[in-house]
Design a protein around this ligand. Structure first.
Ligand SMILES: Nc1nc2c(c(=O)[nH]1)N=C([C@H](O)[C@H](O)COP(=O)(O)OP(=O)(O)OP(=O)(O)O)CN2
Length: 165
């Protein structure tokens, strides 16, 4: 019977400060605001006879790199059915919501491949980018990956990947 373990990573550097607004309907959204988000990742897999599942170092660095890439940015959702996004001649962003026109400089924006900028979508996008095509997970005998994204203490959403289908 293979022995499994779960390694949990929630290091101090696994954080990013970012702005957003949640869209609740075609006519209701929040005002622009931000959070100090934190990220927790857990990987579960088989432990080999050398007492090692896999070096978690590369995954840890990938989490920290993604947090750095998402630090000090403003998220706009690319797939919201309530928000239309355009780029102007300078590559800056115009967002149209319920008759409002919001302008953002390209340097300040991260487009999120998501329907909304919510904890659940941030956790999903974060996790899907860590898993990729799953090859690294298979190589490292990781059978389950959990990503939790918190917008502050005591408030988070969870995304989970299971390698066993
Ligand atoms: N299902 C979801 N609902 C809501 C989300 C979300 O991500 N998923 N997000 C929001 C707002 O973005 C809101 O900012 C969430 O946090 P809020 O509690 O308003 O603010 P703080 O993080 O500062 O927490 P405090 O309790 O105010 O300290 C709403 N709904």
């Amino acid at each position: 019977m293979a022995r499994t373990t779960t390694i949990e990573l929630h290091k101090e550097e696994m954080k990013f400060s970012a702005g957003h607004f949640t869209i609740f309907s075609a006519t209701h959204r929040e005002n622009l605001h931000g959070h100090n988000f934190t990220v927790y990742v857990a990987l579960t897999g088989e432990v080999g006879d050398d007492g090692l599942m896999a070096d978690y170092g590369p995954l840890k660095q990938a989490v920290i790199a993604r947090c750095k890439a998402w630090n000090e940015t403003f998220f706009l959702p690319e797939r919201s059915r309530h928000l239309r996004l355009e780029r102007d001649a300078n590559g800056n962003h115009r967002a149209y919501f319920n008759g409002e026109e919001l302008h953002f400089l390209a340097r300040d924006v991260t487009l999120l491949p998501a329907a909304n900028v919510t904890l659940e979508e941030l956790a999903r996008v974060f996790g899907e980018e860590l898993v990729g095509d799953g090859a690294g997970m298979a190589r490292d005998h990781v059978t389950r990956l959990v990503v939790k994204c918190a917008s502050g203490p005591g408030q988070w959403a969870t995304w989970e990947w299971n390698g066993n289908g």
